[in-house]
Design a protein around this ligand. Structure first.
Ligand SMILES: Cc1ncc(COP(=O)(O)O)c(C=O)c1O
Length: 372
């Protein structure tokens, strides 16, 4: 059987299993309402454009200006001659925004996670990971294990007793790195960050969180999970994306101590052997961070919209038990709770996600935005 024929057989099976993904093509900028090919104008309840910055005039204008100022691309990896002043400006702004000493950008948060684990962890070290962590953390841990032979352990989702067991059992490791999502977007819940930090202190471990769904969206002023949990400035390592609340274009970053980002600059392979963010994207992201910092009312409105949305879902008998835990994201699992989200959304001209991922065969996420 040819490769194409074999792949087609598998694709046919995806269709029969109801897990085949069809792409929705937008013919307008990402916003609260978009033009969707074949559907006309719809209300979007499935984007991560939490603050509406994808199409905010200053954010778009900053990208255009950077195109004139810096050109289209970097033409080099960073350490040779591919770092522009706009990268430094962005990294300083990101560090300030998330309450860390320093930040280093990558072309995606996926890249940031994969740049972190294999670089920090060696054979004498262990990474202890939440069971429901994002795929990019899982793959980063697998990569680290393969490359460096580091030890790995998984604790039950948000189960502090189990995390403590794993920390006790790893006594003697040089580095114990606890890695968790800040917001588990498919579950609709938030990491118990204050408890995790307390345990880390007790067992002399280091904490890394991937705050992709929280940066810009969670906490009173959008500083993320640490702000929400009252521990801003206390997290050792934060990775996050620029592809959601912060302008939504692309890019990710790792924030922490200056020695950490310097070390990653020296040693993390995606930094060393892959180009940096295009200057246009970096400039739009910088404008997005500045806009988010200057407009906390966008976050306030996002939280109010999410609260209203959850209340209305509950009134329809739709929200799952966890949905109420999340101030910024209306994380609901409609089908799991006997509620056909797709039918209700589409009958009202709205589009939410109805994800069919291997790990969560019957989940969906509904995200109200600041601009709804
Ligand atoms: C928790 C988490 N980490 C990482 C990513 C990947 O982000 P990026 O698109 O910047 O690679 C996502 C995106 O869905 C995410 O939700």
């Amino acid at each position: 059987m040819s490769l194409a024929a074999r792949l087609q057989t598998e694709l046919d099976q995806f269709q029969r299993d109801g897990v085949y993904k069809r792409l929705n093509y937008l013919a307008s900028p990402q916003a609260a309402r978009v033009q969707m090919e074949g559907r006309g104008e719809v209300v979007i309840l499935s984007s991560n454009n939490y603050l509406g910055l994808c199409n905010t005039p200053e954010v778009v204008a900053a990208g255009k200006q950077a195109l004139d100022l810096f050109g289209a691309g970097t033409g080099s990896v960073r350490f040779i001659c591919g770092t522009f002043t706009i990268h430094r400006d962005l990294e300083q702004a990101l560090a300030r925004f998330v309450g860390c000493e320093s930040a280093l950008t990558y072309v995606s948060c996926w890249n940031a996670n994969e740049g972190l684990c294999p670089t920090l962890l060696g054979e004498q070290d262990i990474v202890i990971s939440d069971q429901l962590n994002h795929a990019s953390i899982i793959d980063a841990v697998r990569l680290a294990k393969t490359i460096t032979k580091c030890q790995t352990a998984v604790y039950r989702h948000s189960d502090m007793a189990d995390l403590e067991e794993k920390l006790k059992a790893s006594h003697g490791a040089r580095l114990r790195l606890v890695f968790t999502d800040g917001v588990f977007s498919m579950e609709g819940d938030i990491a118990r960050l204050a408890d995790i930090l307390e345990l880390a202190k007790k067992y002399d471990a280091v904490v890394a969180i991937d705050d992709s769904h929280a940066t810009g969206a969670l906490g009173k002023t959008g500083r993320g999970t640490a702000e929400h949990c009252g521990v801003l400035g206390d997290v050792d390592i934060i990775t996050s994306t620029l592809g959601k609340a912060l302008g939504g274009a692309a890019g990710g970053f790792t924030a922490g101590a200056a020695a950490l980002t310097d070390y990653l600059t020296q040693r993390s392979r995606p930094q060393l052997f892959s180009n940096a963010l295009p200057p246009t994207v970096a400039a739009s992201a910088l404008a997005a961070v500045r806009h988010a910092a200057a407009h906390p009312e966008l976050v306030t409105r996002l939280h109010a919209n999410a609260k209203y949305f959850r209340e209305q879902l509950r009134a329809l008998g739709a929200a799952g038990p966890r949905a109420g835990a999340l101030p910024a994201v209306g994380g609901a699992q409609p089908r799991r709770h006997g509620f056909c989200a797709r039918r209700i959304q589409e009958s009202r001209g709205a589009v939410g996600s109805d994800l069919s991922l291997g790990a969560l065969p019957e989940s969906g996420k509904l995200s109200p935005l600041s601009r709804h």
